[in-house]
Each structure stands twice: as C-alpha cells, then as structure tokens.
Design a protein around this ligand. Sequence first.
Ligand SMILES: C[S@@+](CC[C@H](N)C(=O)[O-])C[C@H]1O[C@@H](n2cnc3c(N)ncnc32)[C@H](O)[C@@H]1O
Length: 275
Amino acid sequence: MAGNGGNRVDATALGGVSATMMWTLRNRAVEASHPDGMLEDPLSVQLYEAIDYPYENFGLADQSHALRARAFDIEVRLFLAAHPGATVVALGEGLQTSYWRIGDDEVRWLSVDLPEVVDLRERLLPSEPNVTTLAISALDRTWMDYVNPDRGVFITAEGLLMYLPTEESLGLITDCARRFPGGRMMFDSIPKWLSNRTIKGLRVSRNYTAPQMPFHLSTTEAMALPKRIPEIAFAREVSLPLGRGLWGSRILRTLFDMRPLRNARPTLTLCGFAG
Ligand SMILES: C[S@@+](CC[C@H](N)C(=O)[O-])C[C@H]1O[C@@H](n2cnc3c(N)ncnc32)[C@H](O)[C@@H]1O
C-alpha cells in the first residue's frame, strides 16, 4: 500500500462522522472482493485490509455503498466525456477511491475532508499529480478558490450532506450553484423517518450507534430544488444501478420507485447549475 511502507495503520481513534467513512469503505471493499461483485475496486480492498478498525461494529455488509459509488462513477464519467479536463470536487471524500476507478488522465480532482481523514488518505493512497487534497471542512468555502472552472466543474457529496445541519447543507448547495454556473452537483439524501431515527439514536450494533443525520430531503423535495434555489436549472433523480440478489430485483425496484415508497427511501440527485 502506497506511502505506509507495508505497515498496518490503526484507525481505531476515529470518531463521530469521520468514522462513518470506515463503514462505506468496508461495504465497498467487501463487495469488490465478492466473486460476482458489483464494483471493481482493488484499491479499496487494499485499503480495507491495511487499516485496523473494528469493522464488525457496522454489522453485516451490504451492497448499498458499492452501488452508490457506481452511480456516482457513471455520472462523473458522462460529465468528463462531455467536458474533458474538467474539475471534479469530492466533498467529504473519506477513503473513496473514485479517482482511480474512473481513471481519467485529464481530470483535475479536488478532494476535501476533515484533517484526521486527509491524514489517513495521504498515508495510504498514492499521490497523484492531478489530485489536490484539502484538509478543511466542506463548509469552509475557501475550497472553492482551488477550483479552476474553465473546463467544467462536477461536485460530488457522497454520504456527506445528511450529517450536516439542514441550513448548512442547503446553503452549501446554493453557494455551489452560485459560484459554478454551468456546473453539476450530485449528492445523496435520506428520508425524514430515517433522519428522525438517527436523532433518537440509531443503534447499528451493540458497539456502534450511527451519528445523527439531521438533513433529510425526499425524492420529491429534491426534484423541487430548482423552485427553491433559482441558480439550479434542473434536478434529476439518478437510479442506483441494479445489484445482486434482492438488490437486483426489478420488482422491488419498481415498487420502491412508486409513491409513497419513493419518498421513504434514500435518493440520489444530480443538479445542473444555471448559466
Ligand atoms: C459517510 S462518510 C462518506 C465518506 C465517502 N464520501 C464515502 O462515500 O465513502 C462521511 C464523510 O464526510 C466527512 N465529513 C463530515 N463532515 C465534514 C465536513 N464538514 N467537511 C468535509 N467532510 C466532512 C467525514 O470525515 C467522512 O469522511
């Protein structure tokens, strides 16, 4: 593993929202290790194996985060194909390995996360000339000064906005839309009932309670963002790719795409900024 001389890294001290990136890494790596896995991501497997962490705290692995990662990859690749040399900003990037999965030599990649997370990224992941990493909060708008918008901007917030206060999440989307006309932003959001469960204390296992996720936005609410934020020209729901077993069931997918279930499950949204 790059940068750590083959030694294992201890991440047991991670806490709060930063620790949730070990959950998503675990789920991607387990899926990538599966013989019929839905995600090709050998680097995430190496990361997972190089880090000491009580992964069992997150209960049984499932395909959710691997499929979510694929959905983001698909949209980023489409954007890069239409905008060669564009900048991708990954807010709250955690230990995502999207840059290497996407494998675009022309992309400029800006990775933003909190200092304890960036420290792990820099110790474990290869350094790349096209990648700039900032150890600051996504809410600190100075990251915007590092973006060259000339060839297009695609901002991702994968598994981030739900952990922020509502006004901060909506403020961040609004400021991105104002600052990067013609750009795109993709994020996931959770429904109100799930947000409420986390506020009461969502116990995932005997040793782990998920952090609070105060921000919720249903599919219908996400699709109405252009009415709320004039700098957003359009909002489109992005479907999760089909997975294996129940995650691949077209019947279940059709059911969950119908009201009222459509607004009671997590959703992925792609926003296009006006201009
Ligand atoms: C659920 S993890 C998702 C990590 C990664 N995006 C993924 O999908 O694997 C949430 C991430 O958001 C980061 N985070 C939380 N608050 C943040 C903030 N204010 N600014 C930047 N990153 C933040 C955490 O450190 C963590 O890496």
